[in-house]
Design a protein around this ligand. Structure first.
Ligand code: ARG
Length: 576
């Protein structure tokens, strides 16, 4: 049930009947000022002004046309022309009951779209590092959210698997294979890349071989192709371990690396030339864009093919957008990429639109995010200034969480503790990232993310186990309760309203790609449950009917928390 959408619809109908233009868009939202989960409609004043009417008078008229029979118990004008809507408690109870019995918590099915989500995108022969963490974690939350709503989601892992560096990497892999076993050679990708580069710089014969291999690889030479594929496979095999550990849904099938678009590039360049968009400038092929200006205030030139014939990152992104529309049949494409690549994307897409490769009706959205910073406010690095490897970061998360859960659960078995530590530690790293607005930089702070208080994974995971413990104590199986659900207390109404806002929350997250909105919602929900549990006794309720009714509200809370955390990719446990 999307209460907000329902009320907006009703209010706008009433406004039109009261004389407002047909395109009026009232804002209906839950007001923080009205207690116990009621809504307020806004936007009447603006319309009244247009119509030359007194706002309160228009509001009066809107109310006479507002048909909320069975939904609201009271509707009243507030302030200079707001309308307060008090939800009917039996209506709330009926909706909650329904949400409890429906498989998707009563969230309506959407009109399914094909949505391509570009995320994670590590580079071959390089270890995934903290810079890829945000893209992977936030992108996967978007994927899970959109899938839950019923969209056809295509995960596109735009792996950096192409470029001139592959000649060097192939030559080095060959050298290493002659000297050691290849598995050993690639065990430490970071060192492999570094050594390859050093050899390239120092050994002229090697450098020459490397350059020859690039040409051969691009020409489709079988040996080079096989060597290249080895590099990709080994890298992605290592990354897969991280994805699995992070509870990220990416698999090998989702790899759609830069190389995939390689065959399209000559055609794109020729087409952009034919369309008069691309011209030769100093030997290179360039598209000049009036939309962007260089330092001299002239249209900015975007190179799509270098003088030596090589293509660029932008050329690939032009082809890739075209492919996603034409071949994957995308209705919408989301890119989870660092905000520093914003201009790059805007340029590629401006060309894409001008060339007519993707119609305006198909949004290309850059869901940008800021950097991950250390506690000192500088880019997150190891103590010695190196990049932090993701695998090491996750090990540290596990160790820190283990210490915490061991302290809290001295009687728990070692095996259970280890498992719990993984769920809490990984959850903490992910949730810390997800719970902040993605557009800003964020400070990575172990103590904050592992705190059992505040908007953190451990708090949310613990809150979930607390709700479950109520059922254990009651000795009931929540799914088998067959009794009426009634809402009489304010706290019950408040909790029920928030529970029913799951749909409007998830709809917002799906639209904006902002998982922090889901985190804030779940955190608030957990807080409301505590208040409810404290003030509305469940186990010691006087009437059996009250006990059963409240148990159902608790059951819906548990399900909503679990489902919400699941859309974020955060695991839960039964006890902790
Ligand atoms: N591999 C790139 C990097 O590490 C990110 C690719 C993002 N996706 C894209 N379509 N450009 O910076």
């Amino acid at each position: 049930m999307n209460i907000q959408a329902l009320l907006s619809e009703k209010v706008s109908q009433a406004m039109i009947l009261a004389g407002a233009p047909a395109d009026c868009e009232p804002q209906v939202r839950q007001s923080a000022k009205i207690q116990f989960g009621d809504y307020q409609a806004n936007g009447i004043m603006a319309v009244a002004k247009k119509l030359g009417q007194a706002p309160r008078q228009l509001a009066e008229s809107v109310i006479t046309h507002l048909d909320l029979a069975g939904i609201a118990s009271k509707v009243e004008i507030a302030g200079p022309g707001f309308i307060n809507i008090f939800l009917d408690r039996s209506w709330l109870a009926a909706q909650a009951k329904q949400a409890l019995t429906q498989p998707r918590l009563g969230v309506a099915a959407v009109e399914p779209q094909t949505i391509v989500v570009d995320y994670s995108a590590p580079n071959v022969a390089k270890e995934m590092h903290v810079g890829h963490v945000r893209s992977t974690i936030i992108g996967d939350a978007a994927v899970r959210t959109l899938s839950f709503l019923g969209h056809n989601v295509i995960r596109a892992n735009h792996v950096g698997d192409w470029g001139t560096q592959f000649g060097m990497l192939i030559a080095f892999l060959e050298k290493q294979q002659n000297e050691h076993h290849e598995a050993i050679a690639l065990a430490d990708l970071e060192a492999f890349y570094r050594e390859a580069k050093r050899t390239y710089d120092e050994d002229e014969a090697f450098a020459e071989r490397a350059r020859a291999y690039v040409v051969k690889l691009q020409g489709g030479d079988e040996y080079c192709r096989t060597m290249w594929k080895k590099l990709v496979d080994i890298t992605m095999g290592q990354n897969q371990l991280i994805y699995d550990r992070l509870n990220v849904t990416l698999t090998r099938k989702d790899v759609m690396g830069e190389s995939l678009y390689n065959d399209m590039l000559p055609g794109i360049v020729a087409d952009l030339r034919a369309k008069g968009l691309a011209v030769t400038s100093e030997g290179a092929t360039v598209v000049f864009l009036d939309e962007f200006q260089n330092k001299e205030g002239e249209p900015m030139g975007v190179i799509i093919q270098k003088k030596d014939g090589g293509y660029l990152y932008t050329t690939t992104d032009i082809a890739c957008a075209k492919y996603r529309y034409e071949t994957l049949k995308a209705d919408r494409v989301l890119y989870y990429i660092d905000s520093r690549q914003h201009q790059h994307l805007q340029q590629a897409w401006t060309i894409v639109r001008k060339a007519g490769y993707v119609p305006e009706s198909v949004p290309l959205e850059h869901h940008a995010f800021g950097m991950m910073l250390g506690k000192d406010g500088r880019p997150f690095k190891t103590r010695s200034g190196g990049t932090i490897k993701l695998a090491d970061l996750l090990d540290e998360a596990h160790d820190r969480a283990l210490k915490l859960v061991r302290e809290k659960n001295p009687e728990m078995s070692e095996a259970e503790l280890q498992q719990l530590a993984e769920v809490v530690g990984i959850g903490a790293v992910k949730y810390a990232d997800l719970s902040k607005s993605r557009t800003t930089d964020y400070i990575f702070d172990w103590d904050n993310m592992l705190a059992f208080e505040g908007n953190t994974a451990p708090y949310m995971q613990y809150a979930y186990t607390r709700v479950l413990s109520v059922f254990r104590k009651a000795g009931v199986d929540v799914d088998s309760i067959d009794a009426p659900l009634a809402i009489t207390e304010d706290r019950e109404a408040q909790l029920a309203t928030r529970l029913l806002q799951f749909e409007e929350t998830i709809t917002q997250v799906a639209r904006d790609g902002t998982p922090h909105v889901m985190c804030a919602y779940l955190y608030d929900l957990a807080g409301l449950f505590s208040g409810f549990y404290e003030h509305c006794p469940i186990l010691s309720a006087e009437e059996e009917s009250t006990r059963l009714s409240r148990l159902q509200l608790a059951a819906l809370t548990a399900k909503t928390l679990k489902q919400g955390l699941d859309t974020l990719g955060i695991k839960t446990v039964e006890r902790m």
